[in-house]
Design a protein around this ligand. Structure first.
Ligand SMILES: [Ca+2]
Ligand SMILES: [Ca+2]
Length: 214
């Protein structure tokens, strides 16, 4: 993770390709409420995980039901704790392929704080280390599904036949903020200055030894 031009107030844009396991999740950067995460699912086996800060769990929502998400991208959204345990997931909402975790739909037993928000294809489900589905079976349902396994995310599995499935998405959020703030310009200048100094490497003297040929 680094500071990039994508870190605009209110929104975060995927940098390269966000990873799909706990160690490779992308940590969101921004200022104020986090209203949008922009990115893309590059194929049916691309899942993007984002570390977000839920500032109001009761009001938290995440949705790809919008024109910023490609109409033919069959999304699935799921929320995990930072240790990778299932909270809630949805495949389809509103009669389409896009997804909605509505305010209040993820229960009320958990508090504010950091969570992992995942987005991937509706044909590719998170599983634990025993290959057990983290969430109740999908079956293209419109319901918000709760935990099926008490164990942490370890990988993914195809849930059946799938079509080519890729495209851009816009995850619209409420009740959330980025995990870290956009660095102040002065801080960025200092960091760039440090990098420039590191780049000044001393030149090495090359020594050559002469051999006497017999
Ligand atoms: Ca991606
Ligand atoms: Ca879907």
């Amino acid at each position: 993770m680094g500071f990039t031009t994508s870190a605009l107030a209110g929104s975060y844009t995927e940098v390269g390709d966000a990873g799909q396991l706990l160690g490779t999740a992308q940590s969101t950067v921004g200022t104020g409420a986090l209203t949008d995460i922009f990115g893309s699912v590059s194929d049916v086996h691309d899942v993007d995980l984002y570390l977000i800060n839920i500032t109001n769990f009761a009001a938290f929502s995440a949705s790809t039901v919008n024109s910023g998400t490609d109409a033919f991208l069959d999304t699935q959204l799921f929320l995990l704790t930072t240790s990778g345990k299932a909270v809630c997931a949805n495949d389809n909402s509103g009669g389409g392929f896009q997804s909605l975790l509505g305010a209040g739909s993820c229960g009320s037993s958990l508090g504010n704080g950091q969570y992992l928000l995942g987005i991937g294809s509706g044909f590719y489900d998170p599983v634990d280390a025993n290959n057990v589905l983290l969430f109740a079976p999908n079956n293209g349902q419109e319901s918000v599904r709760g935990p099926n396994s008490a164990f942490a995310l370890a990988g993914y599995t195809d849930n059946g036949a799938f079509d080519p499935n890729f495209g851009a998405y816009d995850i619209k959020l409420t009740g959330a903020a980025a995990v870290s703030a956009v660095p102040e310009p002065a801080t960025v200048a200092l960091m760039l200055g440090g990098l420039a100094i590191c780049g000044l490497s001393a030149s090495r003297r090359q020594r050559s030894s002469t051999k006497t040929s017999v």
